[in-house]
Design a protein around this ligand. Structure first.
Ligand code: NAP
Length: 298
């Protein structure tokens, strides 16, 4: 699926942010020789030192605009809340024909925050690899992260086809399948498949944290009953999720509203002892699990 056809796709790639996703992409680009030069920027020198130690960069820069200088492809790999500031900072360094893409978990906000800063002749191709773990930072990355996963691209309708194809090619080389969709549609879909589960996990773990001491003590001990699966999700980076909630506010509030209604209906069925309603609801959801396994996304 990957690593078979080594060909330089971009003379210079700049990765802005080098945590789980940025460093995983750097692993892919390095492994397959997809760039003549990999420039990496991060907020702290410690991250840049680690990236160098791992051999994932040809140059490292605390200043994102230095990394973006003369880059053919710039990939924003930071939390989405700082995209606007970064776009503003790198704009003067971007050469005509450069492509700016990203890996953020919501997409309309990328168009809203980044597009206004980009000079004429620079192509914006927002992207989202639907792959991840609960780990963060430069050491968390690995090249296989994106294999067999979807990379969703959400270009605006007037975007240069070659630029879209170049970004799609990068993700194909990472082993991903490509889907192209409208940014708002992406945000609605991800609100249900990713953002709601994450918020439910945070809430369940928070509920357990707020229990009386005599119950709290037993939660970890008996966590294999289901709780531990939620703790894995709830261990994800708080800044990243703060930014996703704020950037995808409308779609998340819509889906939380529906979820709350369904939860209330479930609560009522339990209170009234409506066995048939409960069983029917749980049988419907079982079928979804089979669909996930069949689609090899489990
Ligand atoms: P991460 O491991 O926490 O790494 C974030 C990186 O961004 C770090 O290198 C950090 O630098 C850098 N950064 C943070 N603020 C910055 C700023 N103001 N200026 C420059 N660099 C800054 O995060 P991640 O999990 O890779 O997530 C990155 C992006 O991928 C997010 O937009 C997220 O929505 C998206 N995403 C995440 C997942 C996932 O499962 N984690 C999956 C798909 C998409 P320092 O290390 O120096 O602080």
């Amino acid at each position: 699926m990957s690593g078979s056809d080594n060909k330089v796709l971009f003379e210079r790639i700049a990765l802005i942010g080098a945590g789980l996703i940025g460093s995983s992409l750097a692993h892919v680009v390095r492994r397959d020789g997809l760039a003549g030069h990999i420039a990496v920027s991060a907020r702290t020198q410690a991250t840049l030192d680690k990236i160098q130690e791992l051999g994932l960069a040809d140059s490292v820069h605390l200043d994102a605009s230095e990394a973006a200088q003369d880059a053919d492809l710039v990939v924003l790999c930071t939390p989405v809340g700082v995209y606007g500031d970064i776009a503003k900072a790198i704009a003067p360094s971007l050469k005509p024909g450069a492509i700016v893409t990203d890996v953020g978990s919501c997409k309309q906000s990328v168009i809203d925050d980044v597009r206004p800063h980009l000079p004429e002749g620079v192509h914006l191709v927002p992207g989202h690899p639907v792959a991840g773990t609960e780990h963060s930072g430069p050491e968390a990355g690995f090249a296989e992260l994106f294999e067999g996963r979807w990379a969703i691209l959400t270009p605006e309708t007037d975007t240069d086809e070659d630029a879209i194809e170049a970004v799609a090619d990068l993700w194909r080389r990472a082993g991903s399948f490509i889907e192209i969709m409208e940014a708002r549609h992406h945000d609605q879909v991800l609100a249900i498949t990713s953002h709601l589960p994450q918020l439910v996990a945070y809430t369940i773990v928070d509920t357990a944290t707020g229990l009386e001491d005599h119950l709290k003590g037993e939660v970890v001990k008996f966590s294999a009953g289901g709780f531990r699966d939620f703790t894995r999700l709830a261990a994800s980076d708080p800044v990243m999720w703060r930014d996703i909630c704020l950037a995808n506010k409308d779609a998340i509030l819509d889906i939380l509203g529906r979820f709350t209604e369904d939860l209330t209906a479930l609560q009522r069925a339990i209170r009234r002892g409506e066995a048939k309603t409960l069983e029917e609801s749980f049988a419907r959801t079982r079928a979804i699990r089979r669909g996930v396994i069949d689609a090899k996304q489990d």
